[in-house]
Structures are given as C-alpha cells and as structure tokens.
Design a protein around this ligand. Structure first.
Ligand code: HMG
Ligand code: MG
Length: 301
C-alpha cells in the first residue's frame, strides 16, 4: 500500500463494489471495466474492483472474476476485492488482486444478516482467510460495519467497535476500515471512536468509510482527517448503499471529497473534472440522478 505522508489523503474508490452491489441493474463486465479503467486514468490509486461473495447473496458481483481478468491494470494502482471465505480468497488470488478484504461488524444482528453468522464465527472464518492471504504475501483489510449505529440494534457502543477491531488486528489485518454503514454518525462520535482505537492501532492503518444517509458523511470525513486519518473510502457519483441495511444511501461521493481535499491541499493527484464526467456518465448508464454535488456543479458549467 502506498503511504504518502501526513499531508496527503489517499482515496480508496469503492464505487465498483459498494456502489454497484446495491444497484438493481447488473452491469456487464465491459461497463464495469470502462468505469474502473477511467477512474484509474483520472488518478485513483486504490480501487475496490469487486467481490468474491456468494452470487446468490449479491448477484451484482458475480462477474468479478471475468472483470478482473479483462482489466487493463496500471502499475501504481492497488486492485482489491472482498473475500468472505476461503472459496472467495481462492478466486480472488486467481484473479490476481493486490489486496483482499474481510468484513465483520460491531453489531451481532448486522453480521447475521450480512454474512449469516455471529461476530465470533465471522472472525473464526476470517482467521483462515487472513492466514492464507498473508501466506501469499497479500495484505488484508478488515472492514468493521455499523461503527456508529445499526439498522437492527440502534446505537452501537464504542467498546463493541474496539473489541472487533482488536480481534481483526490479532488475526493479522494490516488495515481497518471503519464503516458508518447507515450514515447516522456525527463528527463527535467519529472522533471518539478514532481516539478509542488509537491505543490499539496506528492511525496510518485506519481508514474511514462513510455512507451519506443523513448528510453527515463529509463532515465526518473532515473530523476523521483532523484526527489524522489519511485513507478515505469514497464512491464515484455517491453510488451505493448496503443490501443488508435498508435505507442506507450511497457512500460519500468521490468527487465531493476530492473537491474538499483539493481545497485543503491534501490531494492534488486526482483529476476532479475527469471524475465529474465519469460520475455523470455512470449515473446515466444506471438511469439514476447524478448525486455528487461537486460533480453536478462542475458538469453544469
Ligand atoms: P451461506 O449461505 O451462509 O454459506 O453464505 P454457504 O457456505 O452455505 O454457501 C451458500 C452458497 O454460496 C453455496 O452454493 C456456496 O457454494 C456459495 P450452493 O451450494 O448453495 O450452490 N458460496 C460462494 N460462491 C461464490 N463465492 C463465494 C462463496 N461462498 C459460498 N465466496 C456467505 C455465507 C458469506 C458466502 C454469504 O453470506 C455471502 O456471500 N455474503 C455476502 C454479503 C455481502 O457481500 N455483503 C455486502 C458486502 S459488506 C458491505 O457492503 C459493508 C461495507 O461496505 C462496509 C460498510 O459500509 O459498513 C464493506
Ligand atoms: Mg459500505
């Protein structure tokens, strides 16, 4: 993973996975491929290209292996994918990803709905996945969903987030991504969570992953950056949601974050105008309104 120092925020683009997994339309490989390649041409250096989960659970990701096989890759870009079990890991390794991700949550009910097991069972299952991935020198990201609230359980205690974070670190994850899956967190809550985690993980190994359901995602991202977070997950055109969290809207739009980072002098590498064109185009393809405010303003000019 590229670490660029404290004056640089890296974007982890998750639109092709977190975004598209939630769209009713299943996009053909060629469309996904064009999306990912154009995002990388625009300067994105970390991209979640797909997901090796059960196609019965998430049919939108079923063509991830064909997609990765056909992708023209850039040398300085990290291509990653979700792997819920060893079967998924085998497929991801065959598809030559640069990183895999496992995903648990700070909420029992969400974990049950999302991956059909308890938190402890998920960690046990991931332990094999992480061990095997590390054996092949693949870095592993651990997602923690529902850090600020759960669609089934309501408010989540910070201690639950710390507990699952510690387990994922103990198993060998080298990066954790903190997911506000239903977008209910506020900047104070986010700062408190990050502060609590700093005793168990280096801040450079933490990322944030905010959904924008209540319009708080950009404010929460800024709060996280002020705490020292330097990796932010975003989704082109604000695509997405979560199939197991009703009402969860898209992730924070990449365009909106890049606009803010440009202003803060924290990322000048990503071409915002190109992003806006890509965001408008993929929204058109999906037949949905273009939801990035910065992108909409730029393309309206
Ligand atoms: P299960 O039904 O409990 O387990 O699913 P299973 O082992 O009995 O498998 C069921 C069927 O799936 C079997 O097929 C398996 O072969 C197949 P059948 O025998 O019935 O024909 N299968 C697979 N096929 C392809 N690839 C695989 C795979 N594994 C099993 N890897 C399982 C358990 C974990 C597989 C399932 O629950 C699953 O795939 N869940 C995926 C859930 C998901 O993708 N959720 C969205 C991602 S998480 C998220 O969005 C949050 C995040 O963005 C952060 C945030 O916002 O908070 C990351
Ligand atoms: Mg998500």
């Amino acid at each position: 993973m590229q670490t660029k120092g404290s004056d640089y925020v890296t974007i982890m683009e998750v639109g092709a996975r977190d975004g598209l997994q939630n769209e009713p339309a299943i996009l053909p490989v060629e469309t996904k491929r064009a999306l990912i390649e154009s995002l990388c041409e625009a300067g994105i250096q970390r991209i979640e290209a797909g997901s090796f989960v059960s196609p019965k659970w998430v049919p939108q990701m079923a063509n991830s292996d064909a997609l990765l096989a056909q992708l023209t890759r850039k040398q300085n870009v990290e291509y990653s994918a979700l792997t819920p079990n060893l079967h998924g890991l085998e497929k991801a390794m065959a598809a030559r990803v640069n990183r895999v991700s496992v995903f648990s949550a700070a909420s029992e009910s969400f974990t049950q709905k999302n991956i059909n097991c308890s938190i402890d069972e998920s960690i046990a299952r991931f332990s094999d996945v992480i061990h095997e991935a590390r054996k092949h020198s693949l870095p592993v990201r651990g997602y923690i969903s529902c850090i600020a609230g759960c669609p089934y359980e309501g408010k989540i205690d910070i201690s639950a987030v710390v507990k699952v974070a510690q387990k994922l670190i103990d198993q060998g994850c080298d990066e954790l991504s903190l997911g506000d899956t239903i977008g209910v967190g506020n900047p104070k809550q986010i700062k408190d969570i990050i502060q609590a985690l700093q005793s168990i993980i280096d801040i450079k190994d933490l990322a944030v992953h905010f959904h924008d359901t209540y319009g708080q995602a950009l404010a929460n991202t800024l709060a996280a950056i002020e705490c020292g977070i330097r990796t932010v997950d975003t989704s082109i055109a604000g695509l997405g949601g979560c199939p197991y969290a009703k009402g969860a809207s898209g992730n924070l739009a990449t365009e909106d974050v890049v606009f803010m980072l440009n202003g803060l002098g924290l990322n000048q590498d990503v071409d915002l105008h190109r992003l806006a064109i890509i965001g408008e185009q993929i929204s058109k393809t999906l037949g949905i309104p273009y939801r990035s405010k910065a992108g909409f303003a730029l393309t309206a000019k």
